[in-house]
Ligand binder design. Structure first.
Ligand code: SF4
Length: 355
C-alpha cells in the first residue's frame, strides 16, 4: 500500500454495523437501531473525508481511557503497569468537550477504557450528552448492578464489553477469586434485559486453547454475547513475556476468527492479528487514536507516548501531532512484532521520535 494512503486513510466502520444488524435481525428494535447507526456512521465518514481532504487525519475510532482508577488489581494489567491514577484526570466538562470535538470531526465510534470506566460516577451523565455516538465500554463488569443495568438498557448506543480470561480457573488466576461467578450473574442479567453486549478476551499462550474452544464460544453465545474481541496479550509487565501467544498460535487467530464468523451469529475481531486486513497497525490515527485520562493524545493504549495534550489545544490541532504523523509515515517499522502491540515492541524507536 503506498505511503500516501498509509499516512492519510479513511477506514470505515460501516461493515461492523452491517454485521451487528445481521446478528440482531431477530430483534426488530435492535435491528432498527443498527440501521439508524449505519446512516449516522456514513454521515460521520463523509465528515472525516472532508477533514482528511484538508490534511487532518481523523480516524473513525477514538479509544478514551477516562480514568486510571480501578476496583480490581489483575495480574499483568497493562494500564496499571503504564499509568498511575492521578488527581490530574480530565473532569466531566473536559471529557464532554473532547467528545463533542470528536463528534464534530466525524469520530462516531468511541471505545471507553481505563482503569474501570464505571468507577466514574459522572460516566452516564457524559454518555447522555451524545445519543448519536456509539460507546463500546470495556469493563471488568463488577460494578454493573441493577441501577446501572437499567441505565444501560435505556441507552442502545452503550455496548458493555466484559473482560474475561476463560473459564473459572483462567479468570480467577488473572482477575482474582469470585470474579468469574460474579460475572456469570452480570452476563445473565444483561441477557435477561436483552442488552447487546460483548466480551474482551486477552489471549495468552496459556489460555489460547480454552478461548479457541468452540464450546467455550458457543456457551457465551448461548448466554447472549454478540461481540468477541480476541486481544493478544502485550507483555508490558516485566516477567510476563512468556504469556505472549506463540508464533504458531498467533498465526491461527485470523483463520479462527473467519471460521467463527461463518459458524456463529456474532461479531469476531482479532487484534492486532486482523489489522493486516487494513494494511497493518491501525494506531496513530490510521484507524484509531488514544486519549488517556490526563488528556494526552497517544497512538495506542499500549503505547504511552505523546507530544500533545487536549487540555492545551483542540482535538483538531492535536491530530496534527508530529509524533502521530511520523508513526504513520514509518508504518513498516511496525510490521514485525513478537506478538501483542508492535508499537510497544518498538518503543525504543518511538522514544527517538519524541526526542
Ligand atoms: S480490570 Fe482492567 S484496568 Fe482493572 S486491573 Fe484488571 S485489567 Fe487492569
Amino acid at each position: 500500500m503506498d505511503q500516501k494512503k498509509m499516512t492519510m486513510s479513511n477506514i470505515s466502520t460501516i461493515g461492523v454495523f452491517k454485521d451487528a444488524l445481521r446478528v440482531s435481525i431477530k430483534r426488530p428494535s435492535l435491528a432498527l437501531f443498527f440501521l439508524k447507526t449505519i446512516i449516522s456512521q456514513k454521515r460521520a465518514q463523509r465528515n472525516r473525508l472532508k477533514w482528511i481532504g484538508k490534511g487532518i487525519q481523523v480516524p473513525p475510532v477514538m479509544i478514551f481511557s477516562i480514568t486510571d482508577k480501578c476496583n480490581l488489581n489483575c495480574k499483568g494489567c497493562y494500564n496499571k503497569a503504564l499509568r498511575i491514577p492521578s488527581k490530574n484526570e480530565l473532569d466531566t466538562a473536559q471529557i464532554i468537550d473532547i467528545l463533542d470535538q470528536a463528534r464534530k470531526l466525524g469520530i462516531a465510534f468511541i471505545v471507553i477504557a481505563g482503569g474501570e470506566p464505571f468507577v466514574r460516577k459522572d460516566f452516564l451523565k457524559i454518555i447522555k450528552t451524545f445519543p448519536e455516538l456509539i460507546f463500546l465500554v470495556f469493563t471488568n463488569g463488577l460494578l454493573i448492578d441493577d441501577i446501572l443495568l437499567e441505565e444501560i438498557k435505556s441507552k442502545r448506543n452503550v455496548v458493555p464489553v466484559i473482560s474475561i480470561e476463560g473459564h473459572l480457573e483462567q479468570t480467577g488466576h488473572r482477575r482474582g477469586e469470585g470474579v468469574f461467578n460474579h460475572l456469570k450473574t452480570v452476563i445473565g442479567n444483561l441477557n435477561n434485559e436483552s442488552i447487546f453486549f460483548g466480551t474482551s478476551l486477552t489471549v495468552t499462550r496459556q489460555n489460547f486453547e480454552c478461548l479457541t474452544d468452540d464450546a467455550f464460544v458457543a456457551d457465551l453465545i448461548e448466554k447472549g454475547c454478540k461481540l468477541f474481541f480476541y486481544v493478544e496479550y502485550t507483555p508490558i509487565t516485566e516477567g510476563t513475556e512468556n504469556w505472549v501467544p506463540t508464533t504458531e498460535q498467533r498465526k491461527k487467530i485470523p483463520g479462527i476468527m473467519d471460521r467463527y464468523r461463518k459458524k456463529f451469529s456474532a461479531l469476531f475481531v482479532g487484534l492486532p492479528a486482523e489489522e493486516e486486513m487494513f494494511g497493518g497497525c491501525l494506531s496513530a490515527g490510521r484507524g484509531f487514536i488514544h486519549v488517556n485520562a490526563k488528556g494526552d493524545l497517544e497512538p495506542c493504549p499500549f503505547a504511552p507516548f505523546s507530544d500533545v495534550n487536549l487540555k492545551d489545544m483542540t482535538l483538531k490541532e492535536a491530530l496534527k501531532s508530529r509524533l502521530l504523523k511520523e508513526i504513520r509515515k514509518n508504518q513498516s517499522m511496525l510490521d514485525e512484532s513478537e506478538g501483542g502491540c508492535s508499537l510497544w515492541a518498538n518503543r525504543k524507536w518511538v522514544e527517538t521520535l519524541l526526542k
